[in-house]
Write a protein that binds this ligand. Sequence first.
Ligand code: I3S
Length: 126
Amino acid sequence: SSSHSPDRLHMVEKSGQLNKTKIAEGGRKLRKCWASSWLVLAGNSLMFYKDPKVAAAWTPSRSRPESSVDLRGARIDWARDLSSKRNVIHFRTVTGNEYLLQSDSETVSQEWYQAIKGVIRRLDEE
Ligand code: I3S
C-alpha cells in the first residue's frame, strides 16, 4: 500500500519506555533534564508521553502526547560525547530540536535506533 494510506499513517511501529532529555530547542542549547518517558512511534511522528496508560491507549483520533516531533528530515546517530550514559541516541529534528534517548539495555536502544531510522529513511524516499 502507498505510504500515504491511512494504515501507514496510523500504524504504531513501536512503543515503550526510554530515558529522555531535550538538549536543544530551535538550535539553542538547553540544560539537560533526564526523565523517563513513554514513546510511541507512529506514522511520521515520534510522540512522548509521561503516563504509560495514556501511551498504551494511543489511537490516531485520541492522541494527546505531552510532546510530538515530526520525523521528516530528522537525523539520528549515536551520542558519543554528549553524555556519560551508555546506549545514548542523539536525535535532531529539521527545526533544530535535539533529544537524547537512552536505555541501560543495549538491545532496547538498538531497536529504537533502527525503528526511528527506518521511518526517517522511508520519509526521505517519499
Ligand atoms: O552534559 P552534562 O552537563 O554533563 O549533563 C549532566 C547534567 O545535566 C546533570 O545535571 P546538573 O546539571 O543538575 O548537574 C545530570 O544529572 C546528568 O545526568 C547529566 O549528564 P549525563 O552524562 O548523565 O547525560
